[in-house]
Structure formats: C-alpha cells, structure tokens
Design a protein around this ligand. Structure first.
Ligand SMILES: NC(=O)c1ccc[n+]([C@@H]2O[C@H](COP(=O)([O-])OP(=O)(O)OC[C@H]3O[C@@H](n4cnc5c(N)ncnc54)[C@H](OP(=O)(O)O)[C@@H]3O)[C@@H](O)[C@H]2O)c1
Length: 335
C-alpha cells in the first residue's frame, strides 16, 4: 500500500510517499480501500513537532478516511460498503484497518471527499456546540477560527439549533462565511476582537468556542454573559507560518487562565475542554454523535465545505493551504 510519512520534523517538504506492507485485519476489524483522507490542523502540528498526541516521528498521521470496504471481519459491515471511518493515526494511507465500531455508513449522495470531511470536524463541533456548549435557540455563540474545518461545521450545527453566530476569521473569508450562515464576522488578524465584539454583542455571548488557546482564553472568559460557557479545544496560537517555537508554546501555556471555582460560581460561568483524540475509550458514545451528525446530511444541515481535493501524493500542498491560512473549509487528500 501507499502511505504518506512525516519523515522528520520540518516544513511540508518532509512529507514523503512510501510503499508499505498491507495491514492485516483481526477479528472485529475492517479493511478499507481509501478514496479520501481528511487533513487536519493537528496533522500540521504533528509535522512541526508541536502535537504531543502524535506518534513518534517518522510516522503516518491522519484521523479520518472515506472509501470502500475491501474485507470485513465483523457482521455489522460488508464488503463493498461505502464508509467513513475514524482512525487513530495512519489515515494518510491507501488502505487502513479499523475496528468496525469506528466505521460508519456513508450517507447516500455524499461523496468520499465530503465523507472524509465529517468525523473530526463535525464530531468535534457537535461535542463543542451541542453537548458541552449546550447552545440554546436564540443564544449567541462566538466561533473563533470560523473559516476552517471545525469552524464551518460549528456554524452549520449552531444554525440548525437556531443560534446567533458571530465568527472570527481572516477578513478575506467573511463574504463566504456569511453565505454559510454566520451572522456577524470579526477579522481577528486586523482588529482587537474583544472591542469589536462588545460593539455587536452587548452584555456578552452565551457560548465561546476556542481552538486558539493561550491568552485568547482570558479574553474569552471576559466576553461571556451570565450563564455563559467556554469550550476550549485547541492551541494553535504558538504556530506561525507552519513553524513552532518553544518560546511561544511556553508563553502560551503561561498565559492560559486558571479559572477559580469561586469565580466561576459567582459569575455563573462554565469552562470546558475537549480533545477528540483522547476519546478512543468512548467510541460507543462517539457512535451516537456520528448518528446525529451523519443524520444531518438527510436533515440538510450538514453540508461539508470542501476547500480543495488534493491528489494523495501532493500532501505537502494540502498542509501549505492550512498553515498559510488559505483555506475556507476542509482540505482532503484524494486517490
Ligand atoms: N480538540 C479537538 O478534538 C480538535 C479537533 C479538531 C480540531 N481541533 C483544533 O481546531 C482548530 C481547527 O482545526 P481544523 O483542522 O479545522 O483546521 P483549520 O481551521 O481548517 O485550520 C486552518 C485555519 O486555521 C486558522 N488559524 C488559526 N490559527 C492559526 C495558525 N497559528 N496558523 C495558521 N492558521 C491558523 C486559519 O484561518 P484564519 O486565517 O481565518 O484564522 C487557517 O486557515 C485547530 O486549532 C485544531 O488543532 C481540535
């Protein structure tokens, strides 16, 4: 089989296509002929050595694929099925072996590229907006980095709930994000977002989704209305132009707020943290999330926005799109 390896820590050029032995399935597992692999910001962070969850380098990353079942050792999945799967790394491969519990039927009419855009972005968005954030109709949600994969998934799920959506993103993405359902947008590269926010959301917001981390979380806490919730789910702040710096990582960690329960109590606020990559022990729970999210295809609310379908061997280009802030929506590798 073909795989894309991170050969060493470095720029996109360290991504190499290599031939590897075909994986051997065990009882309860499924072999998938991969037609599309989702690309995530976590993959970029793994490539630059700034993602603690990543396997040691050299390694093959990739958390999600879509394709056709070649072989099944589980009665719930059959050969020939068109499926989407959540994989614990190794998704940048032409073939993957996964436990059947992590395999979901691809809804009719959804392409493989759209399928590969679902698991990480929409499961994370659902857990942040729906479960942890518990967004209510008419409540206001602030979605940081609204123009990316998770950001757009969060816009779609918040829209379905009937929330008012304020997004932060680079300015050139705003027109498209309005078309996709955002009500107001702030260019957090060009302005002090808290100042803009206080102008458009007097009294604060009910839910903040933050994948930036660092001192941004302190500002988020201040932006919450009474009964407001903050869900932190990333730490992209230390990454600059696809490069890491330990100084920025350290500074970001030091500047992260340490909320005190007395203060949370007195201000009627909730703070939560979310990491899909630490939920492998809760796959059964993720199946209920998958059911809701994939059901959104027939409800018309879930419509993956594909920024680019990049040929498998050009994975470096896919990473350049994300770290260069050039994507609106999902980037997928296709075969
Ligand atoms: N906790 C979890 O389970 C989980 C799961 C999935 C993703 N995440 C996190 O959610 C965030 C979004 O992930 P994604 O895969 O959907 O990627 P993505 O948002 O599509 O990533 C690329 C976009 O991120 C924005 N961005 C923010 N900080 C950046 C930086 N330091 N360098 C470059 N671009 C930056 C840029 O848009 P703008 O120019 O508009 O800012 C860029 O276009 C990431 O921080 C990721 O680590 C967490």
């Amino acid at each position: 089989m073909e795989q894309i390896w991170i050969s060493k820590v470095g720029g996109p050029e360290v991504l190499e296509v290599r031939e590897s032995q075909d994986p051997v399935p065990k009882e309860g597992e499924v072999v998938i002929d991969v037609r599309a692999s989702g690309v995530n910001f976590a993959d970029v962070m793994a490539r630059i050595g700034a993602y603690p969850d990543a396997p040691p380098i050299p390694c093959v990353v990739g958390y999600e694929v879509a394709g056709t079942v070649l072989e099944s050792h589980d009665p719930s999945v059959s050969e020939g099925d068109r499926v989407v799967a959540l994989v614990r790394f190794g998704g940048y491969s032409s073939k993957v072996v996964v436990p059947a519990l992590q395999v979901f039927a691809l809804p009719d009419g959804m392409t493989f590229a759209e399928g590969a855009a679902v698991p990480v972005n929409y499961f994370t968005a659902y857990l942040a907006v729906g479960l942890m954030g518990n967004l209510q109709p008419k409540e206001t949600v602030l979605i940081h980095n609204a123009g990316g994969g998770v950001g757009i998934a969060a816009i779609q799920l918040a829209k379905e709930i009937g929330g008012r959506i304020i997004g932060t993103a680079s300015g050139w993405k705003h027109d498209r994000l309005r078309e996709l359902g955002a009500d107001e947008l702030i260019d957090y590269q060009a302005s002090e977002w808290p100042v803009e926010l206080s102008r458009i959301a007097e009294g604060g917001v009910h839910l903040v989704l933050d994948p930036i981390g660092g001192k941004n979380l302190k500002l988020d806490m201040k932006a919450l209305a009474p009964l407001g919730r903050l869900v932190a789910y990333g730490f992209s702040a230390p990454v600059r132009n696809g490069k890491r710096s330990f100084a920025r990582i350290l500074a970001g960690l030091i500047r992260m707020p340490r909320p005190h329960f007395v203060s949370l109590l007195n201000n009627n606020r909730a703070v939560g943290g979310l990491n899909l990559g630490h939920l492998w022990g809760a796959v059964a729970r993720l199946r209920t999330v998958a059911e809701y999210v994939l059901g959104g295809w027939s409800r018309g609310s879930v419509r993956p926005v594909i920024h680019a379908e990049v040929p498998f061997a050009e994975a470096a280009e896919a990473h350049r799109l994300l770290e260069g802030r050039k994507n609106i929506g999902k980037v997928v590798l296709v075969r």
